[in-house]
Design a protein around this ligand. Structure first.
Ligand SMILES: NC(=O)c1ccc[n+]([C@@H]2O[C@H](COP(=O)([O-])OP(=O)(O)OC[C@H]3O[C@@H](n4cnc5c(N)ncnc54)[C@H](O)[C@@H]3O)[C@@H](O)[C@H]2O)c1
Ligand SMILES: O=C(O)CC[C@@H](O)C(=O)O
Length: 393
């Protein structure tokens, strides 16, 4: 029996993944797994019982990934599952930033029905204050070409924009999807200095925090429009305010309202709706729940942000999984312990990702002395979490 604790509202399609006798949902006491969206886990104490955490979404800056890795807790996200939803809102925002239609609609709603001037006459005489721009032919810079950035770049081309993209870490998969008509920027300055519109699609990390600051803004064209559907902290808000006041940036559209932004002119804030479509919520919830279930039941890892992806069909009688540091001689020490218990290894797999590694060892017997094997393995320096899973099938 596995206990799953959930935070935020998770689409039923995801929760249904746990609808069987092996799971108890919404369990706060000693959960095995956590399923969440944007809830801030940094301020929560996480029970020792937790083996994995799945984020129904992409950004994991709400999760203390570093600390959890050190406890051998696997963190999953849902790459690409909400990318189309975000892309559609970004495309909408390109038009919103260009055509003044939000203030125009507000103005139309204030028109008074009076007998001397008809509404159509008021409209025709007042509309000149809302003249906008077209996006066709304008230069559009995409910073971060991952699941969202690639869709935004390709569709902006289809809308007639001149698209230039920057991503020094672009994945091979994404590069295959990117239209060859998207130009490659070799550094961010190429985007800053030439673009009429700039959109941010990078994760929030120590390296990307404040990538839009005074220095970056200084290089931008006067009147540039800035879109941020990634995270608030990518943009230095004081420097942004100054640039908006000086009309260096004409407007800023973001999915991340803050107290300061709400008071600023020429800022349009959206209440974090990027992934809020029925389709994206279902995709994310289903993917997150499925990867969490797979990990709890088999120890296989897919879509993890801190441990390597590993898959070994679970066909033998039992399985030992070990989350450990990526340092020499771990496998040798693990197998030496199993040998002490006269356990014969039927199959094994070891893989690493940056500082962390993961080993699966399959056995042709049910593991006896489970607790003492686990305790012994945990005394090895570098081993963070050990599980022994019986094959129930
Ligand atoms: N508004 C929303 O509701 C919403 C929804 C989904 C994602 N997001 C945010 O958008 C971000 C991107 O999402 P995604 O699905 O495209 O993620 P992704 O991981 O597929 O793509 C991120 C891309 O950024 C690139 N990158 C990383 N550091 C970079 C740097 N310094 N300069 C340039 N490129 C860099 C990576 O190489 C990668 O290609 C997420 O991290 C999340 O913060 C927001
Ligand atoms: O859960 C959401 O609504 C937003 C998720 C989004 O910020 C993400 O990073 O995927």
């Amino acid at each position: 029996m596995f206990k799953i604790k959930t935070y935020n509202s998770i689409a039923p399609k995801g929760l249904q993944v746990f609808e069987n006798n092996s799971y108890m949902l919404n369990e706060s006491d000693n959960p095995d797994g956590i399923l969440l969206r944007s809830f801030n886990l940094h301020d929560e104490s996480i029970a020792q019982s937790v083996k994995a955490i799945a984020r129904a979404g992409v950004g994991v800056n709400n999760i203390p990934v570093k600390e959890l890795s050190d406890q051998g807790v696997v963190v999953f996200n849902t790459p690409g599952a909400n990318a189309n939803a975000v892309k559609e809102l970004v495309l909408l925002s390109l038009f919103v930033s260009s055509r003044n239609f939000l203030p125009a609609i507000e103005w139309t709603n204030t028109l008074k029905i009076d007998n001397s001037t008809s509404i159509p006459s008021q409209v025709e005489s007042g509309k000149k204050q809302f003249v906008g721009n077209e996006i066709r032919g304008k230069r559009f810079g995409v910073i971060g070409v991952g699941a969202i950035g690639v869709l935004v770049a390709n569709d902006a081309l289809a809308l007639g924009m001149d698209v230039v993209a920057y991503d020094p870490f672009i994945s091979v998969n994404t590069a295959w999807q990117l239209s060859s008509n998207v130009q490659r920027a070799h550094n961010m300055d190429e985007i800053f200095s030439t673009c009429d519109y700039i959109t941010l699609h990078v994760p929030l990390t120590d390296k990307t925090r404040n990538i839009i600051d005074e220095a970056a803004i200084g290089k931008m064209k006067t009147g540039v429009r800035l879109l941020n559907f990634s995270r608030a902290e990518l943009v230095n808000v004081e420097h942004l305010q100054d640039a908006l006041e000086k009309e260096k940036i004409s407007n800023y559209i973001t999915d991340f309202p803050t107290e300061k932004l709400l008071k600023m002119k020429n800022v349009i804030t959206i209440p974090h709706l990027g992934a809020s479509t029925v389709e994206a919520e279902e995709n994310c919830a289903f993917m997150a729940a499925s990867t969490l279930k797979q990990y709890l039941e088999t120890g296989n890892i897919q879509h993890s942000v801190n441990f390597p992806n590993v898959y070994l069909p679970f066909t033998r009688l039992s399985r030992v999984t070990v989350a450990h540091k990526n340092i020499p001689n771990m496998v040798g020490q693990i197998t030496a312990v199993l040998a002490q218990y006269e356990m014969n290894i039927a199959n094994m797999l070891n893989s690493s990702k940056d500082l962390w590694a993961y080993t699966i060892i399959d056995l042709d017997s049910k593991a006896e002395h489970k607790d003492s094997i686990i305790q012994k393995l945990l005394t090895i320096d570098g081993i963070k979490k050990v599980r022994i899973i019986e094959n129930e099938r």
